[in-house]
Design a protein around this ligand. Structure first.
Ligand code: COA
Length: 290
């Protein structure tokens, strides 16, 4: 995969080119599709960013690709072999980031896992796996980075979802994890506010070109899904990046404890993939793998 953004982002965007000059980001899942473009935007706007991932080859390749956007090999620091379920590994990643860049101003807790599965097919281990990556991983990311955010009076952004706003079927595991993430972010906004740290969530909708989109919607129902989105188009990774820039920018300096939904208003009329599968999927043999 190549970069989604390029230098024209600076010409056509609402942001001034050096908005994040001198600032440092720390992004888990930073080599994945959505978070990678968030990183691209931050880097184009002058930020240095550490991207944290499990896969060494992928994390290093993506770091090089994003650095090339600003012709600066030092712009992105790849830190691989880190599992967000292990807080010690995140603490080492924070240390490496601070050793290299001196500070951390912006954190994105983006590492996540998802698949479609109803309760009867979902094993206890599968539920635990998603909650551990999404919720515990977000807590661990906040825990490991908070001392640096307090020093810099920085900002943390959690990647949430809209799967817990009502009883979205086939997403009990993710919905439970994301509800926890929203609660965590809100509590951090209150507890960390007096230390000058802002905490917010971003909740993406159907974002095309992402692993999540392929897993939950796929090409077959793309057209139908699009027609059900009030803004009549799928979301893009750039949409999420733009909202991210806003939430980290001084324009949002009084915005904390919020959940920024970026979904073209889709959740108001229901998540389309669930309509397609509900209720037939429930009646498959619970012992069969979906
Ligand atoms: N349906 C039902 N159960 C599933 C599943 C699926 N599609 N995929 C995995 N599981 C179950 C496994 O069977 C296992 O349970 P079991 O031990 O009872 O059989 C459990 O989940 C853990 O699987 P494992 O592959 O060991 O977990 P992991 O911790 O390495 O992976 C996942 C986590 C399952 C979330 C994996 O999909 C992942 O790593 N995804 C990351 C990428 C991603 O999901 N991106 C989309 C972002 S929206």
């Amino acid at each position: 995969m190549v970069n989604t953004l390029d230098k024209t982002f600076l010409e056509k965007s609402s942001w001034k080119p050096d908005l994040f000059k001198g600032k440092v980001g720390f992004v888990t899942g930073g080599a994945g599709t959505i978070c990678r473009v968030q990183v691209e935007a931050l880097v184009l706007l002058g930020c240095k960013v550490a991207i944290i991932g499990r896969d060494q080859e992928k994390t290093e390749r993506v770091a090089k690709e994003i650095s090339s956007l600003v012709d600066n090999p030092d712009a992105v620091l790849p830190i691989s072999k880190v599992d967000v379920r292990e807080v010690k590994q995140l603490e080492s990643a924070v240390k490496r980031t601070v050793d290299r860049y001196g500070r951390i101003d912006y954190v994105i807790a983006g590492a996540a896992g998802n698949f479609i599965c109803d309760f009867n097919h979902l094993s206890a281990n599968a539920f635990k796996s998603v909650v551990s990556i999404d919720l515990l991983g977000s807590f661990n990311t906040a825990k490991a980075t908070m001392p640096e955010l307090i020093k810099s009076r920085g900002s943390i952004l959690f990647v949430s979802a809209t799967f817990h706003y009502y009883g979205v079927p086939f997403q009990s595991h993710v919905g439970a994890a994301k509800a926890g993430i929203d609660a965590l972010s809100n509590a951090l906004a209150v507890e960390m506010g007096p230390f000058g740290v802002r905490s917010n969530c971003i909740a993406p909708g159907a974002i095309q070109g992402t692993e999540g989109f392929d897993r939950l919607i796929g090409d077959a129902s793309k057209k139908k899904t699009t027609s059900k989105i009030p803004l009549q188009r799928l979301g893009t990774t750039e949409d999420i990046a733009q909202a991210t820039v806003y939430l980290f920018s001084p324009a949002a300096s009084y915005v904390s404890g919020t959940i920024q939904i970026v979904d073209g208003a889709m959740w108001h009329i229901g998540t389309h993939f669930a309509h397609e599968l509900y209720p037939d999927l429930l009646f498959k043999d619970p012992k069969a793998k979906l």
